[in-house]
Design a protein around this ligand. Structure first.
Ligand code: 5AD
Ligand code: SF4
Length: 458
């Protein structure tokens, strides 16, 4: 008995802890999981307490200035930890690492390595170097190597799987093509094997990710539909989602085929960014507002109950009141289920940064954002209200302890999503709650807000 305790104590002393913080999009979340897996394999354990870490990693986002600032200020705050613990290793990964490269090493000399978007997967090999010189790898020319499929994922119901990396569209405001490189599809068999492993581990839903999933396979002569059909065959997988679709690449053939593949959920995310044709042209988006409306109508003709969501930027350079009203009007005409709205953020290196002054004041951007979000709240409230009394299939994903319910027996809340990606809550007993996670259930919708639905279990 005593010996076992000593053994445990010794093992603990040898263990190394990694703290990894992820900024930005779902693709970064996926990458952080991949990186953590590589580190677990060489003996690291994850910690949520930065003070106890032997290795601190920031997986960063450069899409907007604010995300970049946040990452840099958190990086700055690690200096005092390094002073206390000189063996501590600190690494900057991902888009900000790629974007700022050497500048990070110059401004933050206590940083051990800066690994860009294509190099960060090699992290375990970098950790073996013990040199006084900080390492910098930010080449975009290389193919991604050191890629590992996910084996030891904690038991989650819904997980992300990146299928295409990078972007070749060069929308004028966007830094992604500069920090992630050109489109690069993952091998279809590799994705299939990965999803099979995930499903074997209990995963029920996969969310396929890419800056533009619709052009998956173009570079390797494969169609997204083939991948979707293959994944649809996996036993034990209930649902397939996909984010994001560029409007110019959504066509009738694609919509017909997703309609015919049963596990694909009725939700499509198609950013329109602006409702003004003049701004869309300047953004280099390659469609007009009229073409966007046509696509939305076409999609709804094939799949009437589909939910459509979008991204919108307000305050793009030169955006007039009239341009902004065009955006509001487009949203009103299309009545989209949800929007992700952003204030324009000038990013060095992009075309709009080079050619156009960031001439819309912070106050106007904020006001436009507020007006836009108020409009969307009204639209989503109406859409969600229309679902009251309907039956919906929900996949229960999480358990939440309720603090507000007065119902002593059913005082736990479970959280899930409809096929149309709407959040659903239901009160239940703890026994039923635990049994429900990972299960599909048809429920009746009793209440709705702009953000979620409340269901009663039959
Ligand atoms: N400023 C504001 N929003 C941006 N996005 C991309 N680049 C910028 C920028 N410079 C938004 C777009 C995109 C989403 C992921 O982020 O709406 O669809
Ligand atoms: Fe950026 Fe446009 Fe590519 Fe989306 S499609 S990642 S907005 S360049």
């Amino acid at each position: 008995m005593i010996e076992i305790n000593i053994l445990k104590f010794k093992m603990k002393n040898f263990k190394k802890y990694v703290y990894i913080k992820t900024f930005g999009c779902q693709m970064n979340v996926y990458d952080s999981i991949l990186i953590s897996e590589g580190l677990l394999e060489i003996g690291y354990e994850l910690t949520e307490n930065i003070e106890t870490a032997d290795l601190i990693l920031f997986n960063t986002c450069a899409v907007r200035g604010l995300a970049e600032h946040k990452a840099l200020s958190e990086l700055g705050a690690t200096k005092k930890l390094k002073t206390k613990k000189p063996d501590l290793q600190i690494g900057m990964l991902g888009c900000v690492a790629q974007n700022l490269g050497k500048k990070i090493l110059k401004s933050y000399p206590f940083v051990d390595f800066v690994l860009g978007t294509k190099e960060m997967y090699k992290l375990p090999t970098y950790l073996n170097y013990k040199t006084d010189k900080a390492r910098l790898e930010v080449s975009l020319d290389n193919k991604i190597v050191g890629y590992k499929t996910k084996k030891n994922l904690p038991n989650s119901v819904s997980v992300f799987v990146t299928i295409i990396r990078g972007c070749s569209n060069f929308c004028s405001y966007c830094i992604v093509p500069f920090v992630r490189g050109k489109e690069e599809s993952r091998n279809i068999d590799e994705i299939f094997d990965e999803v099979k492993i995930l499903v074997g581990n209990g995963v029920k839903e996969i969310v396929l990710l890419g800056q533009n999933v619709n052009i998956y396979g173009k570079d390797i002569n494969i169609k997204l539909e083939s991948l979707l059909q293959k994944l649809n065959e996996i036993d034990g997988l209930y649902r397939i989602r996909y984010f994001t679709s560029h409007p110019k690449d959504v066509n009738e053939d694609f919509i017909k085929s997703i309609k015919s593949i049963p596990k694909i959920c009725e939700h499509i995310h198609i950013p329109f960014q602006s409702g003004s044709n003049r701004i869309l042209k300047s953004m280099n988006r390659k469609y007009t507002r009229e073409e966007y409306i046509e696509k939305v109508n076409m999609i709804r003709d094939y799949i009437p109950n589909i939910a459509i969501t979008t991204d919108i930027i307000v305050g793009y350079p030169t955006e007039t009141e009239k341009d902004f009203v065009d955006t509001l009007e487009l949203l009103k005409v299309c009545k989209l289920d949800n929007i992700y709205s952003f204030k324009y953020s000038p990013r060095a290196g992009t075309l709009s940064y080079k050619n156009l002054e960031d001439d819309i004041s912070k106050e106007i951007k904020e006001k436009r954002l507020e007006i836009l979000n108020n409009l969307e709240n009204e639209i989503s409230r109406q859409i969600n209200n229309s679902l009251i009394g309907t039956s919906q299939e929900v996949l229960w994903e999480n358990l939440k302890k309720t603090k507000t319910t007065l119902d002593i027996k059913n005082n736990f809340t479970i959280e899930g999503r409809t096929r149309t990606f709407k959040k659903v809550f239901a009160n239940t007993s703890i026994q039923n709650a635990e049994k429900s996670i990972g299960k599909l259930e048809v429920v009746e919708i009793k209440k709705a807000t702009a953000y979620s639905l409340t269901a009663e279990r039959k």
